[in-house]
Design a protein around this ligand. Structure first.
Ligand code: PMP
Length: 355
């Protein structure tokens, strides 16, 4: 058994992949693959319908919100958000790391980006403060879980402006109170399914016709498939969500993710060789855990040692280095236990390459 700690595309439930494999040549005995079917066929429309309704049930999304299935990754949302929610042309951002900075960068062509809080001074090991009231902006954007830095918000700013959150790395991994937000978006390739699909959940009253190309307008995607979607990704996502429901839903996913992350953090906090990068427990992500030995060469030696034991993709993001374990929904507790045993074996086994 190989355990994949990748930050995304991430590990998917083996039972879902087996089912997809068994159905790939002939979907439900039809003699045709799901990837050969028209996206407008009744069979495929049912898949999309089921996907939307499973997501609505799992996240308690009311009818006052539209659910859109788009392409372009979370990255395209960095510009679609300001393009579509633009009124005054002033947008507020909390700067909590790499992805929030990229979001700000892509909003700049559409208006004034106001940074209302930043945790740059702690090198993003904590979350930003927002001491001043936030108003007179079209929205406030935050990255709810910071995939690279390993932090996550547990409290939200109190403000009357719509909150917009990038939930790419924590959607379905922990409950999110949808009604606190004007808009949520996520790339699918961590907890939802294969890459190629982006989920947008948007309060209907925020939708407006803007002078933008049709694909880039949220309003054009509401309650319809505007063009050919990523059919394979939608199909697998529907199966993954069926798995989440069968396993007990988002609260059960959270319970498991909490257990996994606490176990790993306990091991890191008590280790003589490894240390976590996020030292403040209240800021710690349940899904992305960066850590290090404090030395690049030893980190790399551990990554290779772990790989020989079937623990793969433990390298940190290329921008920060070090090590990182992503513990998405499909990662079993056994994978985390194996990681901890491997860290202990490394500590004791004379794998000392430090200089
Ligand atoms: N936001 C966050 C929080 C992410 O983790 C990622 C990808 N890891 C992105 C945005 C970019 O996503 P995509 O590759 O889907 O554009």
């Amino acid at each position: 058994m190989v355990y994949n700690f990748s930050a995304g595309p991430g590990m998917l439930p083996a039972s879902v992949l087996e089912e997809v494999q068994s159905q790939l040549l002939s979907y439900e005995g039809s003699g045709v693959s799901i990837v050969e079917m028209s996206h407008r066929s009744s069979t495929f429309m049912e898949v999309v319908h089921d996907l939307e309704h499973r997501l609505r049930r799992l996240m308690h999304i009311p009818d006052t919100y539209a659910v859109l299935f788009l392409q372009g990754g979370a990255t395209l949302q960095f510009s679609m958000v300001p393009m579509n929610l633009r009124n005054s042309g002033r947008f507020a951002y909390l700067d909590s790391g790499t992805w929030s900075k990229k979001a700000m960068q892509d909003a700049k062509p559409f208006g004034d980006v106001v940074v209302v809080g930043s945790s740059a001074s702690t090198n993003y090991k904590t979350l930003p403060d927002w001491s001043q009231p936030i108003h007179d902006v079209d929205y406030l954007h935050l990255t709810l879980n910071n995939t690279i830095e390993g932090t996550r918000y547990t409290t939200l700013p109190e403000t009357n402006v719509p909150l917009v959150a990038d939930v790419s790395s924590n959607i379905l991994a922990e409950p999110i109170d949808v009604e606190r937000f004007g808009l949520l978006y996520a790339g699918a390739q961590k907890n939802i399914g294969p890459a190629g699909l982006t989920v947008v959940i948007v309060r209907r009253d925020l939708l407006q016709e803007q002078d933008v190309p049709s694909y880039l307008s949220y309003a054009r995607h509401v309650d319809t498939l505007l063009n050919t979607p990523a059919t394979f990704s939608l199909y697998v996502a529907e199966r993954v969500l069926a798995w989440v429901e069968a396993e007990g839903g988002v609260s059960e996913m959270e319970r498991r993710n909490r257990e996994k992350s606490e176990r790993l953090y306990d091991a890191l906090d008590s280790s003589t060789r490894f240390r976590p990068l996020v030292t403040e427990p209240s800021c710690r992500s349940l899904t992305n855990i960066p850590f290090t030995t404090g030395d690049d060469v030893t980190d790399e030696a551990f990554r290779q040692f772990a790989q020989t034991r079937g623990l793969i993709e433990l390298g940190g993001h290329r921008s920060v280095g070090g090590l990182r374990a992503s513990l998405y929904n499909a990662m079993p507790l056994a994978g985390v236990n194996r990681l901890i045993e491997t860290m202990q074996a490394f500590e004791q086994g004379g794998h000392d390459v430090s200089h």
